[in-house]
Structures are given as C-alpha cells and as structure tokens.
Design a binder for this molecule. Structure first.
Ligand code: SAH
Ligand code: MG
Length: 195
C-alpha cells in the first residue's frame, strides 16, 4: 500500500472536514484487527475510503472489506482513493442507503465497523448481529457523540441521534451474548465482542 498517498488522502479529508476516523480511535481499531486478522469486514459509512484503506492492511490473505456509502460524490472519490493506494482488489463499495442495502446482504463478517447515520445505529446493530460470525466484533464509532450521550443533553436537532445512540448502548449492554466496552477515544468507540 502507498503510505504517502494515504497521508495525502487523510490530509485532504481533514481539510474538507470529512469526519474520518480519529487517530486515537484508529490506534485501538488497529490493535483489534491485528488480533482478529479478519477475513471479512463490513463497514457502514465509507466517506472517501480512508478508514477502509487503513483497515485493509490487517485483512487475512484473500480477505475483503464490504463498505457502504450513499453520497455519490464521496463514492467517486473513495473509488479513486482506493485505486491510488493500490487496494482495489480488497475493497468493495456498495452505493446506496445502508438501511436498504444491509437487508440484501447475507455474508458472514468477522468485524463490523458502524460509522454512519447515528439515528440508525440500533438498526445497524441488528443487521450487524445477523451477519456476525461466531467470535466476531462490532465496533461503533462516535458512540459518545461529543459527550451528549452521557450528559443530560436532549435538545435541538441532535435529539434523535442521541436517543438512538443511547438505545444502541442499552442493547449491546443488555445482550447476554456479547460483551461490550465503551472507550473515550476520539468521539467514543463501542467495542462489542461475541462471547
Ligand atoms: N468511515 C469513514 C468516515 C465515514 S463518515 C472514515 O473513517 O474514513 C460517515 C459517512 O456515512 C458519510 O460519508 C455519510 O454520507 C455516510 N452515511 C450516513 N448515513 C448513511 C446511510 N444511511 N447509508 C449509507 N451511508 C451513510
Ligand atoms: Mg466516525
């Protein structure tokens, strides 16, 4: 993989305020991926492909990433970025709304990375659990949403997002089949492992 190109992609995304995975979050995810050596990763929310490109380094041989994005401009840029870095054989982009695409997928995944519309996290969780392999891991980025989720904040336009992120946390915590930790890295990361 072309690390110099990757650095350029990261810088451009930051300049354009595209919410790519934060460095401290990526560090934690990298560690998990190193230990899981996934054959197949599902990502919800590609943006310009930055996180998918980073994750592709940790795939096992012949491993693949399926990633979903609904914004057409971002899809075009993600495709170009993935090509530039030289990992297009490892990443499949699904174009469209994840709410519609997920129910059409029937693969088994070792890792699912949820990083899209916060109001849909409970739905994404349900779909992730349906396709998760035994011993799989579900990662949910932005789970603490600027601290709103853990405060008594419930105003304004973020209300639906906050309610659904809280619902996600409740569901993973109460599910007897999974074990969850929530880390205060980046914008918050929930790590749920199948027991
Ligand atoms: N994972 C990326 C960042 C993703 S940002 C990285 O770390 O590099 C979140 C992306 O999710 C945005 O590009 C947004 O367009 C997309 N998105 C939000 N809701 C979506 C949905 N319901 N279906 C598909 N994509 C969605
Ligand atoms: Mg994110």
């Amino acid at each position: 993989m072309d690390k110099k190109e990757l650095e350029k992609i990261k810088q451009k995304a930051l300049d354009e305020h595209i919410p790519i995975i934060m460095d401290d979050t990526l560090e934690v995810v990298d560690k998990i991926l190193k230990e899981v050596k996934p054959k197949r990763i599902l990502e919800i929310g590609t943006a310009v492909g930055y996180s998918a490109i980073c994750f592709s380094e940790y795939l096992s041989e012949d491993g693949e990433i399926d990633t979903i994005e609904r914004d057409e401009e971002r899809i075009i840029e993600a495709k170009a970025n993935i090509e530039k870095v030289g990992v297009s054989n490892k990443i499949n982009i699904y174009s469209g709304d994840a709410v519609e695409i997920l129910p059409t997928l029937n693969n088994k995944y070792d890792v699912v990375f949820i990083d899209a519309a916060k109001g849909k996290y409970p739905f994404f969780l349900k779909e992730a659990l349906r396709m998760l392999d035994t011993h799989g891991v579900i990662l949910a980025d932005n789970i603490l949403y600027k601290g709103y989720v853990m405060s008594d904040y419930n105003k304004h336009k973020q209300r639906t997002a906050v309610r659904n992120l809280r619902e996600y946390i409740k569901e993973v915590t109460e599910n007897p089949n999974i074990e969850t930790e929530i880390l205060e890295v980046g914008d918050g990361l929930a790590i749920s492992r199948m027991k």
